[in-house]
Design a protein around this ligand. Structure first.
Ligand SMILES: NC(=O)C1=CN([C@@H]2O[C@H](COP(=O)(O)OP(=O)(O)OC[C@H]3O[C@@H](n4cnc5c(N)ncnc54)[C@H](O)[C@@H]3O)[C@@H](O)[C@H]2O)C=CC1
Ligand SMILES: O=C(O)C1=N[C@H](C(=O)O)C[C@H](O)C1
Length: 259
């Protein structure tokens, strides 16, 4: 049987290293190398090449799939390059706007390529988002608090934004809080999204966590998810790699790949 050839962009990063480990354990997948401008010590003992430039890597190794865990500044160009070279992208990197995703979807369809962009590959997080969406239909007063490690570049997290988008689809229009509310410390009420708020906490010791708190007369409901290890994302990444070649255009969110 032909094994799917996979490369990893951001191979020396926190998520990239975890993906490489997962690929090497799966007999149906063949890790053929990574891309990362930063050289790591681990690289010395790895037989697979690490390239500095994506285009050069894709032309040399001709992978079927490229997994991207890089950063919000480079991800859009990376996905564009992959699609133009006929390689299916599986993207965990956050920071793409809905407009970016529409542009990449159009490009992918023009090239008859499938792609997956998922702000969170952990099944528990996907369920947390779904549950929050269901709850917000009945309890429209809602706030999102996301907690991440202090090396994260983007705020709010991609997961918080996706949760907010899902809630927005079902929540009746409502501006929360007191109409005469005054922030005496700018930012104290968090970021405003369609009438409700998102708060971002950054601390060493955290991995990736989110609470969606809904309030109503005399009651609150808290829906919480914790990724305590980056292993939590790997089954979702693995599923996306195995399904992406059967898609056309970009799907946004792991939920679209689950039965
Ligand atoms: N969708 C999901 O389930 C998850 C998404 N993430 C997202 O993944 C991204 C990466 O997160 P981490 O691994 O924690 O970051 P990190 O900073 O540890 O790793 C990023 C790596 O990308 C490399 N890089 C930078 N520019 C590059 C380029 N042009 N080409 C190739 N590599 C490049 C860096 O040198 C670094 O090694 C973030 O956007 C984060 O929010 C993180 C965890 C789960
Ligand atoms: O940077 C991270 O670590 C994570 N990023 C993603 C996000 O922005 O939602 C997914 C997960 O929360 C971990």
């Amino acid at each position: 049987m032909n094994r799917l050839k996979v490369m990893v962009s951001g191979a020396n990063g926190r998520m990239g290293r975890e993906v490489v480990k997962m690929l090497k354990k799966d007999d149906d997948l063949l890790y053929v190398g990574g891309i990362d401008p930063i050289v790591s010590s681990q690289q010395e003992t790895d037989d697979n090449p690490i390239y500095q430039r994506l285009e050069e890597a894709l032309i040399a190794e001709k992978p079927d799939v490229i997994v991207d865990f890089t950063n919000p500044h480079v991800v859009k160009d990376n996905v564009r390059t992959a699609i133009e070279l006929g390689v299916s992208p599986v993207v965990g990197t956050t920071g793409l706007t809905l407009e970016d995703i529409l542009i990449l979807d159009k490009l992918a369809k023009e090239h008859e390529i499938g792609g997956v962009i998922a702000p969170n590959f952990a099944i528990g997080a996907v369920l947390m988002m779904k549950f929050a969406q269901t709850a917000a239909k009945y309890m429209p007063n809602v706030e999102i608090i996301e907690y991440h490690h202090d090396q994260k570049l983007d705020a709010p997290s991609g997961t918080a934004l996706k949760t907010a988008e899902l809630i927005q689809q079902v929540r009746k229009e409502l501006k929360q809080g007191h109409p005469n509310e005054k922030e005496t410390l700018i930012g104290a009420r968090g970021g405003a999204f369609s009438g409700f708020r998102i708060h971002s906490v950054r601390l060493p010791g955290l991995v990736a966590h989110q609470e969606v708190i809904l309030g109503d007369l005399g009651q609150t409901l808290t829906i919480r998810h914790d990724s305590i290890d980056r292993e939590s994302f790997m089954p979702g990444v693995n599923l996306a790699i195995k399904k992406v070649k059967s898609l056309r255009g970009i799907i946004y969110g792991l939920e679209h790949l689950l039965n």
